[in-house]
Design a protein around this ligand. Structure first.
Ligand SMILES: Cc1cc2nc3c(=O)[nH]c(=O)nc-3n(C[C@H](O)[C@H](O)[C@H](O)COP(=O)(O)OP(=O)(O)OC[C@H]3O[C@@H](n4cnc5c(N)ncnc54)[C@H](O)[C@@H]3O)c2cc1C
Length: 380
């Protein structure tokens, strides 16, 4: 039996997230998009913290909301509709806590998960990518050396969401670059660890409310007990985490597409050209029909991937499919929304150009869509 009804709890989360997005995110989206580079806005983080949204996927026993992945996707869609840039700070935190929840031991979970929960307002981040190792995770050069009672990390990470802002990071490093994937390890590193500094902050096309940048490691000492899993299992840990996170990323893109669609629909009803609303032209109304159809299709793919994860079933292929379809659909929908608004759509007076800039990133991070196609094709 297949049903598409949400449980009462899921519907409640969806409603609460919609209200939060409308009240606490939307009014700030434009300003934060414009002011990247001057200062990260901690006010927004405090609002997330008050709603415990940073601890969305953290199990209740560690202070989080402990929702299942489908509920997390419902929330991600609502937040994405308000501002993908603002929700990225929460998204980076979710990625780190998801990883820790999946593979951390009891002591690690007790020490770190509560730090992002409740009113504390701490962020976290997951640091895999390097300048020469993005799609090619096996190319990671950040080096880890085991000493008697601690590890030492040296190297640099690139494009890290919440870089320089996080209370802790999950960092991937290699014992031996020659071993490639087989030499990778994952560690919890405190944000204020000695030798860990913020490098250049990226001046981005979109997601400008979020801070993305380099993390530099110079003889950073990490306690032995902060190794996640066992030695040399870092590659598996990264893959497991991303398999689970990609549907939520897709859901955020669905949210942005929905917002662009709604703007375009309202505009098409009101804009009079040659004496009638432009929506009365089939060229416009069919574009809107395609947009509505594709948004629905993407949402269903993300829900299926989440459902598989929540049932404990193999979700790898479905997760990659949902990421590809939702993020590419979102770019198409945002582009059509700009087209429907004509010259207005190309200006910053309307939000559709921002949605377009924001959604583009989702085809790149958490594994590019080319890499997702490699995953899917290898499983066909
Ligand atoms: C806004 C933003 C936030 C990010 N946040 C994080 C974060 O929090 N943590 C983190 O670790 N990383 C983060 N990233 C980094 C992101 O995950 C990488 O940019 C991504 O994995 C791609 O790596 P790359 O940029 O090095 O591209 P490359 O690997 O150099 O790829 C360049 C192009 O070649 C294609 N390509 C590469 N190999 C193949 C192949 N075998 N077949 C076909 N095509 C191929 C890619 O798809 C891409 O189109 C973020 C990136 C952005 C833009």
């Amino acid at each position: 039996m297949i049903g598409f009804d949400l449980t009462e709890e899921q519907a409640n989360y969806q409603k609460k997230a919609r209200t939060f997005a409308e009240k606490e995110m939307k009014p700030y989206a434009d300003e934060l998009d414009r002011r990247q580079g001057t200062a990260f806005d901690w006010g927004i983080v405090r609002r997330f913290a008050r709603a415990n949204l940073l601890g969305l996927n953290v199990p209740k026993e560690y202070g989080g909301l402990g929702v299942d992945l489908l509920t997390a996707a419902l929330v991600a869609e609502e937040l994405g509709a308000a501002c993908l840039g603002i929700s990225e700070a929460a998204g980076g935190t979710w990625l780190a806590t998801l990883c820790l929840t999946l593979v951390g031991n009891e002591d690690q979970k007790k020490r770190y998960l509560p730090l992002v929960c409740g009113e504390q307002g701490n962020l976290a981040g997951l640091a895999v990518t390097e300048a020469e190792a993005g799609s090619d995770i096996g190319g990671i050069r950040t080096k880890v050396v085991r000493k008697v009672d601690h590890y030492v990390l040296n190297g640099a990470k690139a494009f890290i969401t919440n870089a320089g802002l996080s209370r802790f990071y999950i960092v991937f490093a290699t014992t031996d670059p020659q071993k490639r994937q087989a030499g990778l390890n994952a560690f919890i590193v405190d944000g204020d660890a000695s030798g860990l500094t913020l490098g250049a902050v990226d001046d981005k096309m979109g997601l400008r409310a979020a801070q993305t940048g380099e993390l530099l490691f110079e003889n950073v000492e990490v306690p032995l007990e902060n190794l996640l899993g066992t030695e040399n299992t870092g590659f598996l840990i990264a893959m497991q985490t991303l398999d689970m996170s990609r549907p939520c990323l897709g859901a955020g893109a669905v949210g942005a597409a929905k917002a662009a669609f709604e703007t375009a629909l309202a505009y098409a009803r009101e804009r009079i050209v040659c004496g009638r609303p432009i929506i009365e032209n089939q060229a416009i109304s069919f574009m809107l029909a395609d947009m509505a159809t594709e948004i629905d299709a993407a949402r269903l793919l993300t829900w299926r991937a989440c459902w598989l994860v929540d049932q404990g079933l193999d979700s790898t292929k479905a997760s990659s499919m949902s990421k590809i379809f939702a993020t590419e659909m979102a770019e198409r929908v945002c582009s059509r929304a700009i087209q429907i608004l004509g010259g207005q759509g190309y200006t910053r007076k309307w939000p559709v150009e921002k949605y377009y800039r924001d959604v583009k990133a989702s085809q790149i991070y958490e594994g590019t869509n080319q890499i997702q196609r490699m995953i899917i094709s290898s499983m066909l």
